[in-house]
Design a protein around this ligand. Structure first.
Ligand SMILES: Nc1nc2c(ncn2[C@@H]2O[C@H](COP(=O)(O)OP(=O)(O)OP(=O)(O)O)[C@@H](O)[C@H]2O)c(=O)[nH]1
Ligand SMILES: [Mg+2]
Length: 293
């Protein structure tokens, strides 16, 4: 048996979570067009029983210059993941030029000193000239393998899997073969709900949003009731998240409920409350309370 932990790193919004989902074939991590969607190290598990290997993909927050206590903690998560991994998978975005965030990430990867695979993602939305430029610039980083892909269409994704599989060493089976993530149910639920708000909010608001699951209960008649707080940072944000005539809360809530019903195969009752935790992104105690390690 060969196995290993794979750190999936890159600057925000390059498509790390989309790629992890595509590799595992399930929604391990939520995605959005807003930077810093991912806020923890999220594990997705991919097992090949015939070839006898298991890779544990660790999706991470985007590496960036932190401006808040939350930002520092997110970068800390990436450093920790890089220290503990066996293989590094770095993602860059073919639709935007290589910038300081990519350089910073590449430097961290170099220091980690592990086998490395670099993917140039979003080739579906780029052009051959641009992709060639990115390969030329990133070739200076001296990765072990380079793969242009589209995490969205799936183009090139099987190659990424085999490039990583080829770099796994003898090791244990970390998780049962049917397991695709190790996230607790409450976390999966909180993340799915948060996702439904992200695309609908602008400016700083996606960053100001956090979720807190207050109660999970399966009633005798099978109804799964979820009580959750949508946490914002300021009073003025509360009204925006609720929306005119509570419509935003309703639309996002309905969409979340429908996806949760598909995921759990049961009827769901979702009870959402919007609460203010002043400046939680900047306060260590608030971050602790909200479950950011
Ligand atoms: N066109 C195109 N868009 C993509 C592709 N992969 C991801 N995206 C989009 O890029 C945006 C960011 O994707 P995510 O997977 O959330 O990116 P991320 O790197 O995990 O972002 P953070 O968690 O914020 O660091 C989303 O709007 C995705 O739909 C791709 O292959 N092609
Ligand atoms: Mg992500």
């Amino acid at each position: 048996m060969r196995s290993g932990f794979v750190a999936v790193v890159g600057r925000p919004n390059v498509g790390k979570s989309t790629l992890v989902n595509a590799m595992v074939g399930r929604k391990v991590a939520i995605t959005s067009s807003r930077p810093q969607t991912t806020r923890s190290a999220i594990r997705g598990v991919l097992t090949d029983t015939e070839e006898r290997w298991q890779m544990v993909l660790v999706d991470t927050p985007g590496i960036h210059k932190p401006r808040t206590e939350l930002g520092s903690r997110l970068n800390g998560i990436v450093s920790g993941t890089l220290k503990e991994c066996d293989v590094v998978l770095m993602v860059i975005d073919a639709t935007a030029p290589i910038g300081s965030g990519d350089q910073l990430t590449a430097e961290r990867v170099r220091v980690a000193d592990r086998p490395t695979v670099l993917v140039v993602n979003k080739v579906d939305a780029s052009d051959p000239g641009r992709i060639a430029d990115q390969l030329a610039v990133s070739s200076e980083w001296d990765f072990d393998s380079y793969v242009p892909i589209s995490a969205q269409t799936g183009e090139g994704v099987p190659i990424v899997v085999s490039e990583i599989a080829a770099r796994l060493q003898d090791g244990p089976m970390y998780f049962p073969e049917e397991m695709w993530t190790d996230q607790p149910e409450a976390m999966l639920i909180a993340e799915l709900i948060r996702e439904k708000f992200l695309e609908r909010l602008r400016d700083e608001l996606p960053h100001s949003l956090a979720m807190r699951i207050e109660d999970l209960e399966t009633r005798d008649d099978g109804l799964f009731t979820i009580t959750a707080d949508v946490v914002v940072e300021r009073k003025s944000q509360k009204g925006i998240v609720i929306g005119k005539g509570a419509s935003l809360l309703k639309v996002a809530g309905t969409e979340a409920r429908e996806e949760l019903e598909r995921l759990f195969g049961t009827k769901v009752h979702l009870d959402l409350r919007v609460v203010v935790e002043r400046d939680w992104q900047r306060r260590a105690t608030a971050l602790d309370r909200l479950g950011f390690e």
